[in-house]
Design a protein around this ligand. Structure first.
Ligand SMILES: [Mn+2]
Length: 300
């Protein structure tokens, strides 16, 4: 198997893209309550970083995996930079697993994270990954698709460079060109990089997560890039809204005038899909701080 998952929506199905949830289980339950449960008609894509920081990361991970077993064609889960051993050790998930269950349970999660795709392609036109685009201009959808996420070495940990690392780690910037990342890994890419990537690959937009946005969702890079973040009041302290992006069928779509394989603008009125942004507030949760089980001393 290779990356990415390809999601094709047909027959009036709805798709909801959810960004970082970071162990905020009560907010995850709330978002399903608010936006609708996973079903044959309602598909969800969780765009990585569902563990670490929040103190209910086990519950979020178990819940998403149970849904994947129950509705394998209606929920998709991308890997984020936090579905990795290094991050889990520092930001709480390893210690939470050991406190609630055992080291063996953490190891099983770590192995399962190695099977998550690095990206998903929606209807051939929207590429979703946790981090962002690349340090090279010539990366193609084909190259992403052909990347084997199951290395022959047997390691479940992502490579430290190349397109897989960049899919997990990079961030957009408002300035054109590229610059060094404040994170010490990956890099930042400007609107010109995003525009070129979309045109070269004949896609409409890039959807990514990985960074808090106070409004939950932010359209950037002249509409070519959308950041989706779904952990409201992140770490009980940021005061941000959570956001999601729904894909629904455009009732006014006219197939006869759509240039399916040609130039694709970010917001073509003739696009077969309408994107709808919705936001949600944080809900109350039991009295437990973020990273409550962490032994790393890095907590809040
Ligand atoms: Mn992230």
């Amino acid at each position: 198997m290779t990356s990415p998952d390809e999601i094709i929506l047909a027959g009036g199905k709805k798709l909801t893209v959810v960004g970082d949830t970071h162990g905020q289980f009560f907010d995850v339950l709330n978002l399903f309550q608010k936006f609708g449960f996973v079903s044959d008609e309602h598909v969800y894509l969780f765009n990585g970083d569902f563990v670490d920081r929040g103190s209910w990361s086990c519950e979020v991970a178990f819940y998403l995996f149970v849904l994947k077993i129950l509705y394998p064609h209606s929920i998709f889960i991308n890997r984020g930079n936090h579905e990795t051993n290094d991050m889990n050790k520092t930001y709480g998930f390893t210690d939470e697993c050991e406190h609630k269950y055992s080291q063996k349970v953490f190891e099983a999660f770590a192995e399962s994270f190695g099977a998550l795709p690095y990206a998903a392609l929606i209807n051939g036109s929207y590429l979703c990954m946790h981090g962002g685009l690349f340090s090279r201009d010539d990366v193609t959808l084909k190259e992403i698709k052909n990347f084997n996420r199951f290395p022959t070495s047997g390691s479940t940990q992502p490579p430290r460079d190349g397109i897989a690392m960049e899919l997990l780690w990079t961030d957009p910037q408002p300035e054109v060109g590229r610059s060094q990342s404040k994170r010490g890994i990956g890099m930042q890419f400007g609107p010109d990089i995003t525009e070129r990537f979309c045109l070269n690959n004949k896609i409409r937009k890039v959807l990514r997560s990985h960074e808090v946005r106070m409004g939950g969702v932010e359209e950037e890079h002249n509409g070519r890039l959308i950041t989706v973040f779904s952990a409201p009041n992140y770490c009980d302290s940021t005061g941000n809204l959570g956001g999601v992006v729904h894909f629904v069928e455009n009732p006014k779509y006219n197939k006869a005038t759509d240039q399916e394989d040609g130039y694709k603008t970010a917001d073509d009125p003739n696009c077969p899909w309408s994107l709808q942004i919705e936001t949600f507030d944080a809900v109350p949760h039991p009295d437990l701080k973020p990273m409550a089980y962490s032994k790393s001393g890095f907590g809040y």
